[in-house]
Design a protein around this ligand. Structure first.
Ligand code: PLP
Length: 387
């Protein structure tokens, strides 16, 4: 197989540490054995630590969308009203999943690049007392915006509706505190801030969420029926209901160990500094951030494409000449923005490489660039003790 040494600076999948890749080469064991039960238990316990909850977590074989789908499919009955905050591609996805399962999606449409005002959620719940759940995407990867999930949690306290949060591109890289924010169902994926390979999703649920799930007569899902995951997870030894992606669970186990060794708070701090360094470097190049800076993401930075350059030229040169992969815009932002992912294992080293390549790329494409300014902006953001 042809190997690729490109530096991934996209918002997932992210670079996976060698020790995590190596973990996947361990022998496959019986997934219904005491040994696998121990591995599964350790992995899900670490997952709950990263979610910051005392509730159990479950691993699903599938990408982040599988966990989004499980969150909706298990609580919904035809005609149920679900409030979806939609300010980008992934907010839209939740609304589409609700519709796919026969629910009625009520949306709060937020301009792409802005965060939701938590009060708007309160007003909508006030007007519609039959809303069963509210979905919020914490880190809207498509726009580089972080929504205020802590503040929304405070508002949700006053209502019975379940609080469902997608932390696919923030868990392990930004502040997520499932228990203290009052999140009822929280979902994530393996391939972003957790820096494991793609293909695993995780979900954790509160007692209130389980109560709602138990009251659903006939969930419209078989593979993602969470009651089966709970039953198997509680078995001795703990199991998954169907054959899991054993090697990916080894990888998750090792990736979560890496997080525990770094310390979750240290890891979040590292992401915050990387985000600040990225924004400073973008500004040093006289480029414009796409989102409101006050609500900009800790894990991905969206930047307006400068006038006179196409997405193909900019990202193509970065990729082909400098082997740095950036992400483009999605939907109507295609050709309008590019995105720099700084999640997972990213440090000052990768940012310095990325911004020196971006300086060279922009100069080649005819922009006046003061060489070294963006790199200096990155370097200046880091204090000696952060390096
Ligand atoms: N939610 C968010 C915020 C995401 O960024 C993504 C993926 O980019 C998803 C959900 C979907 O995850 P997956 O592609 O793993 O299904």
């Amino acid at each position: 197989m042809e190997m690729d040494e490109t530096l991934l600076m996209i918002p997932g999948p992210t670079r996976v540490a060698q020790r995590v890749l190596k973990a996947m080469s361990e022998n496959i064991v019986n997934h219904r054995s005491a040994l696998f039960g121990r591995i599964l238990t350790e992995t899900t316990e670490m997952m709950s630590d990263v979610f910051r909850t005392s509730n159990k977590s479950y691993l699903l074989t599938g990408s982040g969308t599988a966990a989004m789908e499980a969150a909706v499919a298990n609580i919904i009955e035809p005609g149920d009203k679900i409030l979806n905050v939609v300010g980008g591609k992934f907010g839209q996805r939740f609304a589409q999943i609700v519709e796919a399962f026969g629910g009625e999606s009520i949306t709060i449409d937020v301009e792409w690049g802005k965060a939701v005002n938590p009060d708007d959620i309160g007003y909508t719940l006030e007007e519609n007392d039959d809303i069963k759940a509210v979905t919020v995407v914490h880190n809207e990867t498509s726009t580089g915006v972080a929504n205020p999930i802590r503040e929304i949690g405070k508002i949700m306290d006053d209502y019975d509706a379940l609080y469902i949060v997608d932390t696919v591109s923030s868990l392990g890289g930004d502040e997520v505190d499932v228990e203290s924010y009052g999140i009822d169902i929280c979902v994530t994926g393996s391939q972003k801030c957790l820096a494991a390979p793609p293909g695993m999703a995780a979900i954790t649920l509160s007692n209130d969420a389980w109560r709602v799930i138990e009251a659903v007569d006939n969930p419209r899902t078989y593979y993602l029926n969470l009651k089966k995951y709970r039953k198997s997870g509680d078995a001795e030894p703990p199991e998954t209901p169907y054959t899991p992606a054993v090697s990916l669970i080894y990888a998750m186990h090792e990736a979560l160990k890496v997080i525990m060794e770094e310390g979750l708070s240290n890891r979040i701090k590292r992401h915050k500094i990387a985000a600040e360094a990225t924004r400073n470097a973008v500004k040093a190049l006289d480029l414009e951030l796409f989102p409101d800076e006050a609500v900009s993401s800790t894990t991905v930075t969206a930047v307006n494409l400068p006038e006179g350059v196409t997405d193909g030229e900019l990202r193509g040169t970065m990729r082909n000449k400098y082997h740095v992969e950036l992400a483009g815009g999605q939907d109507h932002l295609k050709g309008r923005i590019f995105r720099i992912g700084h999640m997972g294992n990213i440090t000052h080293r990768e940012l310095i490489t990325t911004f020196s390549a971006l300086e060279m790329t922009l100069r080649e494409l005819g922009f006046e660039v003061e060489m070294g300014e963006a790199v200096a902006a990155v370097a200046d953001t880091y204090l000696p003790e952060d390096l």
